[in-house]
Design a protein around this ligand. Structure first.
Ligand code: EPZ
Length: 423
């Protein structure tokens, strides 16, 4: 297994190109199941999760071709569709569950493996299945697979009140509702930019959707959807990750493609920590005002609150801050696995349940550390930019799921970083 070696102490300067959003592409791709005409996505990120989704859709009968080294994906489902999503693919990536709604909408039945838990939590699917049941789907769990069938072969519009603003459930129900008979309203819907990006794409395909980006989304079912071409929205989590690099390492970096609207609550916290973020015509320019960031408290919330996917990266920055910060993780039950690894580098972090208290230190020391999940991995690399000596982050396959070429992007702005092929 490859590892990434960072040698701390280099300040950064230059520009980093931000890619298309993994969490938008992973819901846009299954939308191809809703039409028998081609759906083309541009600005698609080159990630292993995208490869996994490609394999899954091909196993269902989609024909997928890619251009520009994977940045352009054309998918079409005009033949017979296999409606069973196998465990051996689904277990690799939870987002595979986003084929459930589209398969039910198109074929009236689907067998989708439950993704199973992952490092950060149990991640059940009750909000997805309760919503689809309200639309007339019968869903039974057998041998780890959800067996779903739409009564009478077609889903019906319904008013669905979510107990929690689940991103994936909002996406599954929104896609399912585009071809249902009648009108569906999702209350307490997720408001993430990836939801709006999916709605924009579905509207280009002929769907009738209003209210995306607010907590109440209305979808008027139509008989069929046609093909479309759609650019994947910029990845706000990659953006936030690289915004922290100059704050931790020193210097100034411009994140190309970044827009303040994608990271408003995150940028507000950076402002409180003494970071200057300037929106230019080409992106977001970031640098630290003083020589140390200030401590700030963070609580993760659904959008537009502070994103849980930036909590680990923020913690890496707060390890160096002047003062004590309290981070509350309210979205996932086990998302502090980066903390003990940061402590091995000299950080002072006390984790009690869903709360981590970080007392900033002036110096941290490089060490061999273990990546446990996607965002934890990148937080260790960020800390390594500043830590004295060498930090070796192992199991970088976690990183490859959600970040294109981290070593190349950070090396391109002056970091002393390299990817070392595994033995
Ligand atoms: C999406 O996951 C993202 N993944 C996650 O990003 C992100 O952390 C999460 O939204 C929250 O923003 C993709 O978009 C592919 P949720 P999702 O449904 O849809 C509970 C990354 O690092 N829940 O909003 O699975 C669930 O257990 C990944 O890129 C239920 O209880 O998130 C969790 O505690 C990690 N029942 C909370 O809600 C359900 O039916 C948030 O889940 C669904 C969710």
């Amino acid at each position: 297994m490859d590892s990434i070696v960072v040698r701390g102490g280099k300040s950064l300067s230059g520009k980093i190109e931000i890619a298309g959003a993994k969490n938008a592409a992973l819901t846009l791709m299954p939308a191809t199941l809703l039409s028998d005409e081609p759906l083309t996505l541009t600005n698609t990120p080159r990630l292993s999760d995208i490869k996994t989704m490609t394999l899954l859709l091909e196993s269902l009968g989609a024909e997928i071709s890619s251009l520009q080294d994977g940045k352009v994906q054309t998918m079409s489902c005009h033949g017979t569709i296999n409606t069973t999503a196998d465990y051996d693919i689904v277990r690799k990536m939870r987002a595979s569950n986003l084929v459930l709604g589209p398969l039910l909408a198109r074929e009236g039945h689907a067998i989708v493996s439950l993704p199973g838990g992952c490092a950060i939590g149990a991640r059940p699917m009750d909000i997805h299945t309760d919503g689809l049941a309200k639309m007339g789907a019968e869903i039974d769990l057998k041998d780890g697979y959800l067996h779903a069938k739409a009564n009478g072969g077609t889903l019906k519009g319904a008013v669905i009140d979510f107990p929690f603003a689940s991103v994936g459930a909002t996406e599954n129900i929104m896609m399912a509702a585009t071809l249902a008979k009648g009108t569906t309203v999702i209350n307490n819907a997720a408001r993430e930019p990836e939801i709006v990006d999916l709605a924009d794409c579905l509207r280009k395909m002929g769907a009738q959707i209003d209210g995306d980006g607010t907590s109440s989304i209305t979808i008027q079912g139509v008989d069929r959807l046609h093909g479309a071409t759609h650019p994947v929205v910029t990845d706000r989590i990659e953006l936030g990750t690289y915004m922290l690099a100059p704050v931790i390492a020193g210097g100034e970096v411009e994140c190309l493609g970044g827009r303040m609207s994608l990271v408003a609550s995150f940028a507000e916290k950076l402002d409180q920590a003494g970071v200057l973020v300037e929106e230019t015509t080409t992106g977001l320019k970031v640098k630290l005002k003083g020589d140390r960031p200030k401590a700030v408290d963070v609580t993760t919330e659904p959008f537009p609150g502070f994103p849980t996917d930036l909590q680990a990266q923020m913690m890496a920055m707060l390890c160096f801050a002047d003062g004590t910060s309290v981070l509350e993780e309210k979205i996932f039950e086990n998302r502090f696995m980066h903390a003990p690894e940061l402590v091995r580098m000299g950080a002072e972090i006390d984790v009690q349940g869903g709360t981590a208290t970080v007392t900033g230190v002036e110096k941290m020391k490089g060490a061999p550390v273990m990546a446990t999940d996607l965002r934890a991995s990148v937080s260790l690399i960020l800390a390594g930019l500043k830590a004295e000596g060498e930090t070796q982050v192992n199991r970088v396959y976690h990183l490859d799921r959600g970040y294109e070429d981290v070593a190349g992007k950070l090396g391109g702005v002056g970091a002393d970083i390299e990817r070392v092929p595994g033995s």
